[in-house]
Design a binder for this molecule. Structure first.
Ligand code: 5AD
Ligand code: SF4
Length: 461
């Protein structure tokens, strides 16, 4: 196959011609697509949009790459580990492509949006036919047509931010829970983070578009709606206002959202959460570090005191208010003493859950240029220390629910025994209890008997 760097729209392109071409190449058998999305929920929604496009031109989906005529890895660039996994996968497609040359291998998403990655794929991974970044989902049909038609490789990583396309709908995997993006991109440029470089500046969806989508999902029986954005607090048309509007939709469902940047989390946000009965009493508020110097180096724009003020305010109004957090361990130049400040903060803020990561150098970011002289092995040990510390304080904190009745949305079969089911409370805490599988997908009230470090145990009342 030859190379083609920029995708120009082929003048023969039409959806009918694309379908005809697919028939020519794969014959009468229904072609199968393997699509895997890595990383965050935002990326998963992009994957679901692609799935919708793909299903409309006649593909069905498979979990096996061996059977697939179209293989798509929708990638994440937040940490190196995610990228390594993708390269491992691509390596395995080499043999597959040799055996079935008509298989189209496609790498898209955040990782593909980075020039050095696209270049590496171009030079070293000939088995990849199509590479496109986060602004090119709209052009998927045209790109597929071009690849199938010309057998040339396409690399489409234009940095031109795409406008929001309300016509791109998601083909959702779940019938119970739905993610709804309310905005795209990020303006914050935290110094460690690649997201602003691969997702562009903030663009918000119109209130009416979000409202109509959520109303439709509730009508279709969805029980939990998660509003997504890198920083929902800077939603262009006022986030608390949006929450209040969605809260007025009739139906038996709940609303979550993520993520919130602490610098923009206001008392009004907390008051809105508390006043809206459908909004979960839980805030995912990534702290990243409990040390002011590191927060400054990270360009986070808040101090530990300001962060604490949000938590204190929420808990002064509702003592059980649940917070979860993201933490980065081993930022360049961080000392053990500074790491200990993070450990102390984790203890003090009593997070119901922490998502903690060893710092990963992302080329192109400011932090990538900072001196970093702690080994990754050492950072790994710090991470373990942090998790142990959290686990220790968490069982006691989770015990605040023992004796209380919580409303649980039942997700799936449980881990505790064959008879147990698993669901999530309003606070997003895992709860297990005995019950029949027909309850999956509905709300039940569960009285909590026991707190463990990973879940609460209870019985249906
Ligand atoms: N290294 C480690 N963790 C990171 N995150 C973002 N960028 C990096 C990085 N370079 C974490 C942050 C963020 C979460 C989604 O991923 O904690 O909140
Ligand atoms: Fe990255 Fe910071 Fe934006 Fe989150 S807020 S996506 S951590 S730059």
């Amino acid at each position: 196959m030859g190379n083609k760097t920029i995708c120009c729209i082929n003048k023969d392109f039409s959806i009918d011609n694309l379908k005809r071409l697919i028939l020519d190449v794969y014959g009468d058998n229904t072609p199968l697509c393997y699509l895997h999305s890595f990383g965050c929920q935002q990326n998963a929604t992009d994957g679901e949009k692609l799935k919708n496009l793909i299903s409309k031109i006649g593909y069905k989906f498979t979990y096996s790459t061996e059977n697939a005529s179209l293989i798509i890895l929708n990638t994440c660039a937040v940490r190196e580990h995610a990228e390594d996994r993708v390269f491992g996968n691509i390596g395995r497609f080499k043999r597959l492509k040799e055996e079935k040359p008509n298989t189209i291998v496609c790498i898209c998403g955040c990782m593909a949006q980075q020039k050095h990655i696209a270049e590496r794929i171009k030079q070293n991974y000939r088995q990849v036919d199509l590479v496109f970044g986060t602004f090119a989902y709209n052009q998927f049909y045209e790109m597929l047509y071009e690849v199938l038609n010309t057998k040339k490789r396409i690399f489409n990583i234009s940095e031109q931010e795409s406008d929001i396309n309300e016509n791109l709908k998601q083909l959702r995997d779940s019938k119970i829970k739905a993610s709804v993006p309310i905005m795209y991109g990020c303006n914050n440029f935290c110094t460690y983070c690649i997201v602003p470089y691969v997702r562009g500046r903030e663009r918000s969806r119109a209130v009416e578009a979000v409202f109509d989508e959520v109303s439709g999902l509730v009508k279709d029986g969805y029980k939990e709606i998660t509003l997504l954005g890198q920083n929902v607090n800077s939603y262009g048309y006022g986030f608390p206002k949006l929450l209040r509007k969605l809260n007025r939709i009739d139906g038996d469902f709940r609303i979550r959202f993520m993520s919130s940047h602490p610098k923009d989390a206001t008392h009004e946000l907390i008051d809105t959460i508390l006043e809206c009965d459908k909004v979960c009493k839980h805030l995912h508020l990534p702290m990243q570090s409990g040390c002011n110097r590191i927060l400054k180096e990270m360009n986070r724009n808040y101090t530990v005191k300001e962060y604490a003020e949000i938590i204190d305010y929420a808990r002064s109004k509702k003592p059980n208010f649940s917070f979860t957090s993201d933490i980065i361990v081993g930022f360049p130049g961080e000392t053990y003493e500074e790491f200990c400040e993070t450990k102390e903060a984790v203890k003090r803020f009593r997070f119901d859950n922490i998502y903690s990561f060893v710092y990963s150098k992302r080329s192109g970011t400011k932090a990538a240029l900072m001196e970093d002289n702690i080994s990754s092995k050492q950072k790994g040990l710090w991470l373990r220390e942090l998790l142990l510390e959290h686990r220790e304080v968490n069982v006691e904190w989770m015990s605040r629910f023992v004796g209380k009745t919580l409303r649980i949305l039942v997700d799936k079969e449980g881990r505790t025994s064959d008879e147990h089911l698993q669901g999530r409370s309003d606070e997003n805490i895992i709860v297990e209890f005995i019950g029949g599988k027909e309850l999956i997908g509905s709300f039940v009230n569960v009285r909590i008997n026991k707190a463990m470090n990973w879940a609460l145990l209870g019985e249906i009342v």
